[in-house]
Design a protein. Structure first.
Length: 316
C-alpha cells in the first residue's frame, strides 16, 4: 500500500491557479523530499495533504483513505512539523510532550511512558526538564519532531526543518529523521537545501504548481552529469573577477559562494583554461579552480532557475 497518492490535483484561489494537475505517489516507509522555490506551490500541496486546505479538483489518498471523505481517520496518521516553532518556551521539553500526548487522547500513565521513550529516541533525555527557552534551535526542532510522533502516526511531514541550522545541528536532525524512517515511518521533507534532500530515497522538484521531475538522488546526479560546475575559490573576491567570469560564461549564471564563485556552464572544460589563465595574469596564483559534479542544489537551480542556498543565506 502507498502512503500518499495524489491524482490530478488542482487548487485555485479565485482566478489564480496554484496547483496544476499534480500527480504524486509516496510509497509506504519511503523517505521523500520535495524541493521548490518560493511560490512554486509546495506549501499549498503540504497544507492540502495535512487536511487544512480544501482542494478544487482531484483526489488525495493517505494509506488507502480518501483525505476529505475520511478526514478524521487520515489526520490521526499524519504528524506535521511546520517551519515556525510551535513548542511553548515557558514549559520544559517534557511538559510540552506530556501536553501534546494527553491532547491526543493518551492517559497519564501511557503518556509518561511514551514521553520517556521519545525523549530517548530524539537524544533529549538529559535536557528534558529544562525550559524550552534554553534550548538551541536544533534541540527545539528535535523536540517538535518528537511532538509530531504521537502513537498512531505513520507519516511525518516537515517543512524546511533545518533552515538557519549550523552543520552539526543539521547533521543531528537528519540523523534522527533517518532513524525514524528506518523504524517504518514515512517521511515527507520539504526543503530547498540539497544536503537535506540528499538523504531521501526519492527527490521531486516543483515549479509553477507542477511536479517537473522526480527520481532518486543518485540517478539525478547521473542524469545531470553534464551540468558540471566550475568552482573558483579565492582569498579575496571582487566585482572585476565576477564580471570577468560572467564574460567567459557568455551570460550564463555565476553566483557568489562562501569562498569564491560558482560558474554554471554547458562546457566547463572550455571555460576552465580561460579562468586559470586570467587568474594567473592578474596575480592570483593561490586561487583554486575545480570542476565539480552537479549537486542537488545545482540541479534545483538548473530546473527552476532559482538562486542557490549561498545566495539565500547572503540575502538574509
Amino acid at each position: 500500500m502507498n502512503a500518499i497518492v495524489v491524482k490530478n490535483l488542482v487548487k485555485n484561489y479565485g482566478t489564480q491557479n496554484i496547483l496544476k494537475t499534480v500527480n504524486l505517489t509516496i510509497e509506504k516507509g519511503e523517505f521523500f523530499s520535495l524541493m521548490g522555490p518560493n511560490g512554486s506551490g509546495k506549501s499549498t500541496l503540504v497544507s492540502i495533504i495535512t487536511g487544512t486546505t480544501p482542494i478544487t479538483k482531484g483526489v488525495v489518498n493517505v494509506y488507502g483513505h480518501n483525505l476529505f471523505e475520511e478526514s478524521k481517520n487520515v489526520k490521526s496518521l499524519i504528524g506535521y512539523v511546520p517551519q515556525e516553532n510551535f513548542s511553548s518556551p515557558r514549559l520544559t521539553g517534557r511538559e510540552n510532550l506530556l501536553y501534546f500526548a494527553q491532547l491526543s487522547g493518551q492517559d497519564k500513565i501511557t503518556a509518561k511512558k511514551w514521553v520517556d521513550d521519545i525523549l530517548e529516541k530524539m537524544g533529549l533525555t538529559e535536557d528534558a526538564d529544562k525550559l524550552v527557552s534554553k534550548y538551541s534551535g536544533g534541540m527545539r526542532k528535535r523536540l517538535e519532531v518528537a511532538t509530531a510522533l504521537v502513537p498512531g502516526v505513520k507519516i511525518l511531514i516537515l517543512d524546511e526543518p533545518t533552515t538557519g541550522f549550523d552543520p552539526a545541528a543539521r547533521k543531528m536532525l537528519l540523523g534522527s529523521l533517518l532513524e525514524i524512517n528506518r523504524e517504518g515511518i514515512t517521511i515527507f521533507l520539504v526543503t530547498h537545501i540539497g544536503e537535506d534532500a540528499g538523504v531521501a530515497k526519492k527527490v521531486a522538484f516543483m515549479k509553477n504548481g507542477k511536479i517537473i521531475l522526480q527520481d532518486d538522488p543518485k540517478n539525478l546526479k547521473i542524469r545531470f552529469k553534464e551540468r558540471t560546475t566550475v568552482d573558483v575559490k579565492l582569498a579575496i573576491k571582487d566585482t572585476h573577477i565576477y564580471n570577468k567570469l560572467l564574460s567567459f560564461n557568455k551570460g550564463r549564471k555565476v553566483i557568489e559562494t562562501v569562498d569564491g564563485y560558482k560558474v554554471y556552464c554547458d562546457r566547463p572544460e572550455e571555460i576552465l583554461p580561460q579562468i586559470n589563465n586570467y587568474l594567473n595574469d592578474i596575480g592570483s596564483p593561490s586561487a583554486k579552480v575545480e570542476l565539480n559534479p552537479a549537486s542537488l542544489e545545482d540541479i534545483f537551480f538548473f530546473l527552476t532557475q532559482q538562486e542557490s542556498r549561498y545566495d539565500l543565506e547572503e540575502e538574509k
